[in-house]
Each structure stands twice: as structure tokens, then as C-alpha cells.
Write a protein that binds this ligand. Structure first.
Ligand code: WTA
Length: 671
């Protein structure tokens, strides 16, 4: 593989991990050319945040009316306002401004279906026409500015059309990942009071067809706000259509009276662009709200800097558009910059575990963004699946969603990247809108396992429990001290939770909920969640939400759910369940409970282990001590810590014994 640049330099300290120097920037092609330049930009950005972000917003977006105040905020209230007085439209920024020039016939979207021969390529003009027609169709079924439209769709191009059509009208898109259950969709539709939902008959997964509309029908049994259901025919499944409510996408779009032009509604910078639900430390998913001007500025900026986006790039973000990563780096980031984005319907292992690499070669992908869990799965399949492909088009590799351990990092960097191209380990969250801590490909020396340093404009810090700044190497709370344009603007209809979750623990700071430490070079090392959130294969689950699902089962008295270290998934779901006195702990019941939770939340929430317990460790006031359970399932039974608060000491030994029996591993094997 002919590659240039990238050198490996061992540091003097043998114990310290290797540092990988970035490849030479090849002159003016890099946005940030070296470390000194990064440091200078970083310093300047924090000295004058408003100037820094004002310049970005002006450069990267097209505004129909300029803003009058760049930033107004108060983290105590909390209130965050960027670019007040400014007006713009998201779809205009993703489409209209590109079709008036040389990009009109450029490919905006490459779509690769699960079946190899199923592909589509749409130019900017083609995407524009479809978005306008869809916007007209949505308007015809009553969608207006501010209305919520739930998208429950597989990874098909109609998803992008629907998103942008919503933004053209000023409606708010609310994606629900297609792997979620009917009950999960229902609670989200109810919470956001959606007027219209868009779904598909079914979806393809690993060559099989899985019904989707049937889930939606189940969900809609108790969603009085939904007036219309638009159904994309993806899988030619026989589908029940409810008269006057359901309509095929194809029929809706086939109406030739629909104009392929739709004057975009100009939105205030702070108008809601979308809501995306995510799990927090409470039982109910939170509707994270993102703004139009701020989010778009941040998506474009991070896309440009972190991937060092070039106009002729093919960018592939493997994340489902139903998650924030797919929103920002599958759709908005690349389209705002007039790039070519690649969308893939399938998974990495079907029909063979070479699918990713085959697609990279087929479309000559330049920037590739995926999750450690996918890489770990592919490592296990063996190098031969990758060795047969020419991956020399790749220029930047990215990782997101969970800590990428050094072993996975090395394989990704050395095998996929040929050891010669930058691997950006990007830390961020649904709430941050875009990447916050990450290397810049031509500027930041890499340390495997570290997300390195905050992007310019991001004032990240680490605080001890008492709110003082943590020292080098100390594990602490990751906070952001100053606002950034892409940040969450609120939790839908829950101002109190918004304040409590993010701004009350350390006044004046945004609390991420993640733990991290910083080394002597100012590099951040992420350590996982400090709150009751589990990260399974890069997907967030709230332990409280899972417990609520278990507790709703008639046989269950109480439950406690914790994350267990898992080789492939990063973390797996481990549930402790105490049954009602007259219930028998049978294998049948265990299987029923597993099925129950899958139905309540979705197949992605399948518990790895369900352990029956006659008692759970509790404080004298009756609170379950989750910390102890977490230690037990990670095999750290010698580090259970202070047990004086415990009401019944015998419970611990019984729990450990049963955990070892269930997992079939000694404590050491599990850790
Ligand atoms: C975790 C995904 C370590 C973290 C964009 C965060 C990471 C949560 C990384 C957000 C990373 C994300 N290293 N941990 N590079 N990226 N996380 O909202 O715990 O689905 O709080 O957003 O994923 O997950 P979310």
C-alpha cells in the first residue's frame, strides 16, 4: 500500500505507550498543520469565544439574516443562546447553496443496500428535488413549523430526504432507532406528541427481512396525537394499512402536482432543529433538543477540522442515522460542507466479515468513522478478511462511542490504516451535538487509547468531587466550562431535569457524566460513565430504565442492573433480580425475563446475564448499593470497599458465588 508520512517514535520511558506523530500536512491542505498551530488557535479561541465562533458560523453557513448577538448565556438558569437574531434554514445550507454552483451534479449521497447490487447514488440536484417534493407532501398532510415528526426508519436514503424535508418546513425530526421496540417508540411518540410518523414496511438485516411497520402499529395503539403514518416500501412485505391514517411514501411522492421546489422556512438560530432521545440516569429517556444555528455551525466545524474534510472526499460514517453520530457525521456534517456521504444499510459481517473493507475499496472511501465495538468484532474474524482489499484510499480513520482500548486501537491503526494514517479517537455525546475532544489529523501526536485534547473553542476540564481542579493522573469528572454552539439547549418539556442533570453538580459548568484523567501533556483519557448509564457497543442505556422494565414484570419484586466488562461490547448488561416470594427461579423464567426486556426496550437491550438473588446489598435505609454489584460482576471482589453501610453481610458471598456459577468464570477471568 503506497502511503506516506506517519512515523512511530518510542518515548524514552519504556513504560509509557508509543506516540505516533501525525503525517506531514502537505502544505495548505490541512486546516491545522501542526501542534504549535493547534495550540495557538486553541488559546486564541478561548480568549475570545464569541469572535472564534462568530467567524466559524459566518464562514461555514449561509444566513438569510445575520445575527445581532453572538452569545448570551447563563449556566445557572440555565439559558444558552447563540447567534440571536440570525435566520437560516438547515436544508438550504445542506442543498440549495450547493446546487447553484459546481456541486450541482456532484454525488451527495452514495447508498449501499444490504444486498450488494442494491445501490443508489444521488447528486445534490437529485437530493434537492426529492427533499422539496417530500416537504410539499408533508405540508399536504398537515405538517407545520414546530410540529414533531417521528422517523422510525432503516438506513435507507428516504431517511435523509425525510430529515431534510422536515427542516425545510421548520418541523422537528425525532429519530427513533429501528432496533427499538414498539414500547420504546410509543413512549417517545407520546413524549414529543408527534403529529406524523414515517416508517418502513420492514428492513433488511444480514439477508433477512424484519418487520418494522408492525412495531409501529403496536406503538400507535396509544398515541392519539399521530394523524398520519407514512410508510416506505423497503422490503415488499405484506403490510396492513389503516385507512385514512396510513399512506405509502411512494404514493405520496408520486403526486405529480407536488412541486420540486419548496421555499424553505427561515428559522431563528435558536429554533429547535431536532429532538433525539437518549438515556440518562433516570428511568425515562430524555428528549435532547438541538438548535438550528448552533448545531449546524458545530456540525460543519467539527466535520471540517476533525476529518480535515476535502471536497473530493468520500466520507463514510457507519453509525445508524438514528443515533447522534449518524445525524452529525452521516448527514449534516458532510452535506453542509458539500461533501459526498456514504450510507450503508447492512452490518460488518454479512455476507462475510469483509463487508466494510469491500465497501471501502468499492467506493474508494477516504474518511472512515466507526465504533470500537465493530472493530473488535472484526478483529476476531481474522486479518485475512481485510488483507485482500486495497484500502489505500483511506486518509483518516475515526472512532467514537466508547473507549477504544490500545489493543483495538493498534489493529485499527496498523491493519486498516497501514500504520500510516491518523486515527482520531473522538469523544462526545448526544448532548454535545458534535465532537469535543479529539486529535486533529495533521496536528496532534497520537497516544493509543487517548482522545487527546479538546478542539479549539472547547474549554474542557476535570473536577474532583469537591469541585477543585484535578491534578495530573487523577480520575475526575469531565466538565465543559464554557458554552459551545452545538450544545444541548434543553430536555423536551423538562426544564428541571435539564438543569439538574447538567448544571447543578458543579455550578457554572456543563457536566458530561463521564470520568476521565489527564496526563502530563494535557491529554484526556476517558474512563467511562460515572453515573448510572451503561454503554453497550457504543449504545447508551440507563440502568434505571432497564430496572423499571424488569420491575414491571409480574414475577419480579425488585432488580438492579449494572454494566459488566465485555470483550466485544465494551460493557454488557447484567441484571440482579429478586423474585416475589411465591415465584420459582427457573430457567424458563430467566428466558421469559430476557424476552420481556427485549420487548420493553428492544433487542439491543438484551441482558447478557440475569442473576436471581434472594437479597440485594442495601444500605440501612434500604437503598441498593450498586457500586458493590458493579465490582462483583467485574470480578473485583477484593475491592468491594467500605461495607459498613451494609445491612446484611452474608448477602455478598451468596451473590459472588452465584455470579461465578452463572458466568462460568472466576473473578480473575472476568475482569
Ligand atoms: C461514551 C455518542 C470514550 C461516553 C457520540 C459518552 C466515549 C457516551 C467516546 C455518549 C470516546 C463516546 N471514548 N467514551 N471516544 N465517545 N463515549 O450520547 O461515555 O450515544 O458519555 O453519543 O459515549 O454516548 P452518545
Amino acid at each position: 500500500m503506497p502511503r506516506t508520512g506517519g512515523s512511530r517514535k518510542k518515548t524514552k520511558d519504556a513504560k509509557q505507550a508509543a506516540i505516533f506523530q501525525p503525517p506531514a500536512s502537505k502544505g495548505a491542505k490541512a486546516y491545522v498543520k501542526n501542534l504549535a498551530e493547534y495550540e495557538a488557535i486553541y488559546k486564541k479561541s478561548l480568549e475570545n469565544l464569541e469572535k472564534f465562533w462568530g467567524e466559524r458560523a459566518k464562514q461555514l453557513l449561509t444566513w438569510s439574516k445575520p445575527w445581532t448577538k453572538t452569545l448570551d448565556y447563563d449556566f445557572d438558569e440555565p439559558r444558552i443562546e447563540w447567534f440571536a437574531g440570525g435566520k437560516l434554514n438547515a436544508s438550504v445550507n445542506c442543498l440549495d447553496r450547493h446546487i447553484v454552483g459546481a456541486r450541482r451534479n456532484k454525488v451527495a449521497l452514495i447508498w449501499q443496500g444490504d444486498p450488494e447490487d442494491d445501490t443508489r447514488m444521488w447528486t445534490y440536484q437529485m437530493l434537492y428535488d426529492r427533499v422539496c417534493r417530500c416537504a410539499n407532501a408533508l405540508k399536504n398532510v398537515g405538517v407545520r413549523k414546530g410540529d414533531r415528526v417521528v422517523l422510525y426508519l432503516p438506513m435507507i436514503p428516504e431517511m435523509v430526504v425525510a430529515m431534510l424535508a422536515c427542516t425545510r418546513i421548520g418541523a422537528v425530526h425525532v429519530q427513533v432507532f429501528a432496533g427499538f421496540s414498539a414500547a420504546s417508540v410509543q413512549s417517545r411518540i407520546q413524549d414529543c406528541e408527534a403529529k406524523v410518523v414515517i416508517t418502513a414496511d420492514g428492513l433488511f438485516r444480514a439477508g433477512r427481512v424484519i418487520p418494522l411497520k408492525a412495531n409501529m402499529d403496536e406503538a400507535l395503539k396509544d398515541c392519539p396525537t399521530v394523524r398520519r403514518v407514512i410508510v416506505v416500501n423497503r422490503a415488499n412485505m405484506s403490510t396492513t394499512m389503516k385507512e385514512r391514517r396510513d399512506i405509502w411514501w411512494r404514493d405520496l411522492m408520486a403526486d405529480r402536482s407536488l412541486n420540486a421546489n419548496f421555499p424553505a422556512v427561515q428559522m431563528d438560530a435558536e429554533d429547535l432543529l431536532f429532538i433525539l432521545y437518549t438515556s440518562g440516569s433516570t428511568g425515562k429517556p430524555k428528549g435532547v433538543m438541538h438548535s438550528t444555528g448552533g448545531y449546524l455551525t458545530y456540525a460543519a466545524y467539527t466535520m471540517q477540522y476533525v476529518f480535515n474534510h476535502r471536497d473530493d472526499d468520500v466520507h463514510w460514517c457507519t453509525a445508524d442515522v438514528g443515533w447522534i453520530t449518524g445525524h452529525t457525521y452521516g448527514v449534516y456534517g458532510p452535506l453542509l460542507l458539500g461533501g459526498t456521504t456514504m450510507m450503508f444499510e447492512g452490518g460488518p459481517r454479512w455476507p462475510d466479515p469483509d463487508r466494510f473493507w469491500q465497501i471501502v475499496e468499492k467506493y474508494r472511501v477516504n474518511t472512515f468513522y466507526t465504533a470500537p465495538t465493530a472493530i473488535r468484532t472484526l478483529i476476531r474474524e481474522g486479518d485475512e478478511w481485510l488483507d485482500r482489499y486495497d484500502l489505500s484510499s483511506l486518509r483518516v480513520l475515526g472512532s467514537v462511542g466508547e473507549p477504544i482500548g490500545p489493543e483495538t486501537w493498534h489493529w485499527y491503526h496498523d491493519k486498516v490504516g497501514g500504520g500510516a494514517i491518523p486515527l482520531v479517537d473522538t469523544w462526545w455525546q448526544t448532548e454535545t451535538g458534535g465532537i469535543m475532544i479529539s486529535p486533529l489529523p495533521y496536528a496532534t501526536p497520537l497516544k493509543p487509547g487517548s482522545a487527546t485534547r479538546p478542539l479549539p473553542g472547547i474549554d474542557a476540564d476535570l473536577l474532583r468531587e469537591d469541585g477543585t481542579q484535578a491534578g495530573v493522573g487523577e480520575e475526575a469528572h469531565l466538565v465543559i466550562r464554557k458554552p459551545w454552539p452545538g450544545m444541548i439547549r434543553g430536555i423536551f418539556r423538562d426544564a428541571e431535569k435539564f438543569k439538574e442533570n447538567y448544571f447543578s453538580r458543579f455550578p457554572g459548568c456543563y457536566l458530561s457524566g463521564d470520568g476521565a484523567k489527564r496526563d502530563e501533556d494535557g491529554y484526556f483519557w476517558l474512563l467511562g460513565r460515572l453515573d448510572d448509564v451503561i454503554n453497550v457497543s457504543g449504545h447508551r442505556f440507563s440502568t434505571a430504565e432497564m430496572e423499571a422494565a424488569f420491575n414491571a414484570h409480574p414475577a419480579v419484586a425488585e432488580s438492579s442492573v449494572v454494566g459488566m466488562p465485555h470483550q466485544l461490547k465494551g460493557e454488557a448488561i447484567y441484571a440482579f433480580v429478586r423474585l416475589n416470594v411465591d415465584e420459582k427461579a427457573t430457567e424458563q423464567l430467566r428466558a421469559d425475563l430476557r424476552k420481556w426486556v427485549r420487548r420493553e426496550i428492544g433487542p439491543i437491550a438484551t441482558p447478557e446475564y440475569i442473576q436471581f438473588a434472594d437479597s440485594l446489598p442495601k444500605t440501612r435505609s434500604g437503598k441498593i448499593i450498586r457500586r458493590i454489584l458493579r465490582k462483583i460482576v467485574s470480578g473485583q471482589v477484593d475491592e468491594l470497599g467500605d461495607l459498613t453501610a451494609l445491612s446484611d453481610h452474608g448477602v455478598i458471598d451468596r451473590l459472588i458465588e452465584e455470579c461465578e456459577r452463572l458466568t462460568g468464570m472466576s473473578a480473575i477471568g472476568r475482569a
